[in-house]
Write a protein that binds this ligand. Structure first.
Ligand SMILES: [Ca+2]
Length: 393
């Protein structure tokens, strides 16, 4: 009896220890292992050693010319290398890549946040993949004068291990060109429940990719590969340019802690297909705001709901950084597309080149009463009743 008790106790301890370790190895939200490239390689950082040998990058597998670069370094042209944060980052040469395996939950969706900068004026891009999903992020557009930006893409885990691969697909003449990447973080995405009185999922943009507390640039969301996975659950970025995901620590956000800033004019569209009942009258309402990021006015959005399209200008008000706008529409099908883009291409007043634009938040779609045909039928019935009553009299 005592023996079997002691054995089951050991089994219990073993299960506990096993559970502990298996939960530890799952990727946690935040930086991946050495995701900021600040871990010292065994033979030191290239910048502080005189040896010319190849440097290994702790926690990463490399292929091709991958360099650990330091803030303050210059390339041959005399251009200062941009290191997004901290002291070190990596630069990917022609066709070079770095990768790392992360443990994930099969079937879950993850967002990868990373910072990227281009080194030369050429068409630079970065291919980010979690095989079989793959996406090429265009680094041609400079969204802000600091020369780098955080980006986010998403993938659905098909296995319980995923390999994150960052590759420079370019073939530049100058071997010193090639994107610089830094601050690679992962976050498991949760799709929020749909509220009862609103057909919009993630209506306040509170669910989204990892954001670094002390980074004030927001996170750029490039075009989605498909409708199923988006770093912004429920929403799609449809066009060929990015929108900016912003936080209330650094921007004026109408509701909650997160919102979207439409920074790419007509080329940065966010949309969602919402469930509707055909022939019912609906109202789309949303907050239209100013991010308080010195964005030069006028700010305006074009809002789409089914076959309705309407543009709204942001009217500055000293008491508030946003206003509520609405569009009425009659649903034609069981799913209706709602979408937003910025009417203007705006830049900041201080540097005249950082891209900015109107803020959209708190998007709601709800029944706004009976449809016109229903009203007509009711009026018709009422009239018939009166006629009938008159006959009786
Ligand atoms: Ca919000």
């Amino acid at each position: 009896m005592a023996e079997s008790w002691s054995r089951s106790k050991w089994v219990f301890v073993f299960v506990l220890v096993f559970a502990h370790f298996s939960s530890l190895s799952l990727a946690e939200d935040g930086l991946v292992a050495n995701g900021d490239f600040e871990t010292r390689p065994s033979n030191g950082f290239p910048s502080d050693s005189i040896s010319d040998g190849p440097t290994e990058i702790p926690s990463w597998r490399t292929n091709g010319t991958v360099e650990l670069v330091s803030a303050g370094e210059k390339v041959s042209g005399g251009m200062l290398l941009i290191v997004p944060r901290g002291t070190h980052a990596v630069r990917l040469g022609n066709d070079a890549e770095i990768s790392q395996e992360v443990t994930v939950e099969k079937g879950s969706t993850y967002a990868i946040t990373f910072s990227a900068a281009r080194t030369c004026a050429q068409l630079e891009s970065l291919n980010v993949s979690v095989p079989p999903a793959s996406q090429t992020v265009d680094l041609q557009t400079l969204y802000n004068v600091q020369g780098w930006d955080p980006y986010s893409i998403s993938f659905e885990a098909e296995e319980d291990k995923a390999r994150l691969v960052f590759r420079n697909p370019g073939m530049e003449d100058d071997p010193e060109c090639g994107p610089i990447i830094d601050d690679i973080a992962i976050k498991k995405l949760v799709t929020p429940d749909k509220p009862k009185d609103n057909a919009v999922v993630n209506s306040g943009f509170e669910f989204g990719p990892w954001m670094f507390q002390n980074v004030s640039l927001g996170v750029l969301l490039p075009t989605n590969l498909d409708e199923e996975t988006s770093p912004l659950p429920g929403w799609m970025v449809e066009s060929n340019r990015a929108v900016r995901y912003i936080d209330s620590n650094h921007y004026a956000v109408p509701e909650g802690k997160r919102a979207v800033e439409l920074v790419s004019g007509k080329e940065g569209i966010i949309s969602q297909m919402v469930e509707t009942t055909p022939n019912k009258l609906y109202s789309l309402t949303f907050s239209l705001g100013h991010a308080r990021d010195k964005c030069k006015e006028p700010l305006a959005v074009m809002a789409f709901a089914g076959d309705q399209a309407q543009n709204f200008h942001y009217t500055p008000d000293s008491n508030s950084t946003f206003q509520v706008a609405s569009v009425n529409f009659t649903a034609k099908a069981e799913r209706t597309r709602i979408a937003f883009y910025s009417v203007y291409y705006n830049t900041r007043t201080d540097d005249m080149s950082s891209l900015c634009g109107p803020v959209v938040d708190d998007v709601r779609v709800w029944f706004s009463g009976s449809s016109r045909t229903e009203v007509r039928i009711l009026l018709g019935l009422g009239l018939a009743l009166w006629v009938y009553l008159l006959f009786l009299v």
